[in-house]
Design a protein around this ligand. Structure first.
Ligand code: WTA
Length: 647
């Protein structure tokens, strides 16, 4: 197959921080002597006390320990705000675009300072200090960024929970990190529809007993909500009682900054823990180089701050760089399918970063909703969250970017803190569908099932051989789980959970998860979580969940469900189960297809053979592999015969 290659546009080679020659030299230096490289680049942020020790990391079996800049002290909020004030007090830090196109707001760095200090004082008055955890369950409004930065200012650890999660999901995340303070809003607003955030919070707290002492409620829609006297306080009222000065607490580089829960192959979501110094250095540096961010650029990442992309590339990376970052409350299709491009024109966006699923869904509506807008300000496009198919890449490039904007296809994970494999727009020839080459300091390797490192063009599993500053440090409260999950499959290496191919040019092509994690519209879902939600339903006896290829979402959720004896499958029950999962986890976990199965394929020892279920969901019946270990081979015929297909 002829591979398409896009050269670096001439104007990009000229304006960018790095061209190909410089990339190669910097990359080579970064992996040859990480101490020297990061010792130098660590200085890009302000340190109250400079570090002397740069890298102290080990991936060794049973002894995994990751420490960067460990004797330095700093504060993330200081770096994202105070440090910029002499030059940027009047510059816009955050452009907020509301769900309603008539609503937008510019927050300058000075205002950001004042708002964050006020928020920090409100929290401090409620006992929040260094090392405390605060759960943030908020819509996409500037106050969400203020709340995160306020925690960072005080040295508190925030745990942002995506506003689309259910009360149960919120409750288990509050319980896991034992937050005594929760920040939420009356309601969120998306596509003209209200999201009952405060009501969900109330429901979550009811399940938890009296563990949460304070709920700070930001008024967004003005909708009626219940306020629990003594526990709940309106933010706008509390903020009136405090000043706009609050000192930034001096933090050690390795003090925790935030927890973010993410799905894995097994069990409950785990609390990915990121710390202060290395995370910020890495988020800021990748933001600058990957998006080639220059002063004055208007930068827009469409992610939600409930995900890591929002943490690193809406809030921390851009603000550490003194950038202007756009925060969008709404959805791509409201009030019209041109919304993204209308916002680009309205705010003269230069850099636009989104998910492949959004591109695929907009593609369906044809070119006109795009071409009727100008988009003249756009210079660079980016994608994140899942593999992008070449057709969607080409459409994004040709229609949205009019052939003049390079696309940075950025591969990374909640665990990695920042982008690990990506083109640099002034340096990298692009191949549609490839995340291309490693960022500075990143050592990807491809290994086979036995862990043998494969050289040259190869396909296998993706591991990273050495640490980088943005790497997660542990699973909150469970270091053993951290080591078992990421460092035991391939001893002494970080295992990503992704499959990958490397071509003859050394370009990396991510092929998707190789574990029981599925990627639905760029959102990570553990199949185990959906299964446990399904079996919690009184009529369900057993469930197995797998991913299947979905034209828009990338992967859809396919659930095989065995009912309790005496229960009859029906369309109504199918709907009931979908609604049930939405209620248990949240809308992002809704099964796309449910197949009622009298039995699931199991080994004689009772283990469900997911490989077979995956093949059936993917329509690959001819290729089921070895079925000789099945306890009851007839089960498979029934599954094939009754498979669901609504693609
Ligand atoms: C997938 C999102 C292909 C991958 C930042 C990874 C990608 C998981 C890409 C992490 C990409 C992310 N190409 N696949 N450019 N970016 N992924 O933790 O499977 O929500 O392991 O972090 O998304 O998802 P997470």
């Amino acid at each position: 197959m002829e591979e398409k290659v896009y050269e670096v546009p001439a104007d990009w080679a000229k304006r960018a921080y790095v061209d190909d020659t410089k990339y190669r030299a910097m990359y080579e230096a970064s992996v040859r002597d990480p101490e020297a490289f990061w010792g130098e680049h660590g200085k890009r942020i302000h340190w109250f006390h400079p570090y002397h020790r740069v890298k102290n990391t080990s991936f060794a079996q049973g002894k995994v320990s990751i420490r960067w800049f460990e004797d330095g002290t700093t504060n993330v909020a200081y770096n994202c705000i105070d440090r910029h004030l002499p030059a940027r007090a009047k510059q816009t830090a955050i452009i907020w675009e509301g769900d309603d196109p008539a609503e937008s707001r510019h927050v300058t760095y000075q205002e950001l300072h004042d708002e964050v200090c006020r928020f920090a004082n409100v929290l401090r008055n409620r006992g929040v200090g260094k090392g405390d955890t605060v759960t943030i369950y908020m819509p996409m409004i500037p106050e969400t960024a203020f709340a995160m930065l306020a925690c960072a200012r005080l040295g508190a650890i925030h745990s942002v929970v995506f506003g689309g999660f259910s009360p149960d999901s919120l409750a288990s995340r509050i319980a896991d990190c034992r937050s005594k303070v929760v920040i939420t809003a009356d309601e969120g607003l998306r596509g003209g529809r209200k999201v009952p955030l405060k009501a969900n919070t109330d429901a979550a707290l009811e399940r938890l007993g009296n563990t949460v002492e304070h709920v700070v409620v930001v008024r967004r829609t003005g909708g009626a909500v219940n306020m629990e006297p003594g526990r709940d306080v309106w933010y706008h009222e509390a903020a009136k009682m405090v000043t706009s000065e609050c000192p930034a607490v001096e933090m050690n580089a390795e003090d925790p900054l935030f927890i973010l829960y993410t799905s894995g192959s097994t069990g409950q979501p785990k609390g990915v823990l990121h710390t202060t110094g290395g995370y910020l250095v890495y988020a800021a540096m990748t933001h600058q180089y990957v998006f080639d961010y220059h002063d004055g650029d208007i930068y827009w990442c469409t992610a939600d701050v409930g995900w890591v992309t929002g943490h690193s590339y809406i809030v921390y990376g851009p603000l550490a760089n003194g950038a202007t970052t756009l925060m969008f409350e709404g959805i791509p299709t409201y009030p019209s399918i041109s919304r993204f491009w209308d916002v680009v024109d309205k705010h003269k966006v230069n850099v636009f970063y989104t998910a492949p699923t959004a591109i695929r869904s907009l593609m369906q509506a044809g070119e006109e909703p795009v071409t009727r807008t100008s988009r003249a300000s756009l210079r660079l496009l980016g994608t994140v969250g899942e593999p992008i198919n070449p057709e969607a890449w080409e459409w994004y490039h040709r229609v949205v970017g009019e052939g003049r904007c390079p696309i940075v296809d950025t591969w990374w994970q909640t665990e990695t803190g920042g982008i690990l494999i990506t083109p640099l727009p002034g340096a990298t020839r692009l191949k549609p569908g490839s995340a291309t080459r490693p960022f500075f300091g990143v050592k990807p390797e491809i290994v086979d099932a036995e862990g043998k490192v494969l050289e040259g063009p190869a396909e296998g599993n993706l591991v990273i051989a050495d640490s980088w500053p943005g790497q997660m440090r542990t699973v909150y409260g469970d270091h053993k789980r951290f080591m078992d999950t990421y460092f035991s499959t391939y001893p002494d290496k970080y295992f990503t959970g992704d499959g990958c191919r490397r071509d003859a040019d050394g370009y990396y092509w991510i092929t998707g998860r190789v574990d029981d994690v599925i990627n639905v519209s760029g959102h990570r879902m553990g199949t185990a979580e959906v299964e446990s939600a399904l079996v919690a339903h009184p009529k369900v006896s057993e469930a197995a969940v797998v991913g299947y290829p979905h034209d828009i979402k990338g992967q859809g959720i396919y659930a095989y469900v065995t009912l309790m004896a005496g229960e009859q499958p029906s369309e109504d029950l199918r709907k009931e189960l979908v609604a049930w999962v939405r209620k248990e986890i949240g809308p992002i976990a809704s099964p796309d297809l449910i197949q009622f199965a009298p039995g699931l394929p199991k080994t004689r020892s009772g283990k469900i053979m997911r490989r077979i279920l995956r093949k059936i969901a993917e329509d690959e019946f001819g290729n089921l592999g070895d079925t000789s270990t099945l306890a009851d081979p007839a089960v498979v015929d029934d599954l094939i015969h009754n498979r669901q297909n609504k693609r």
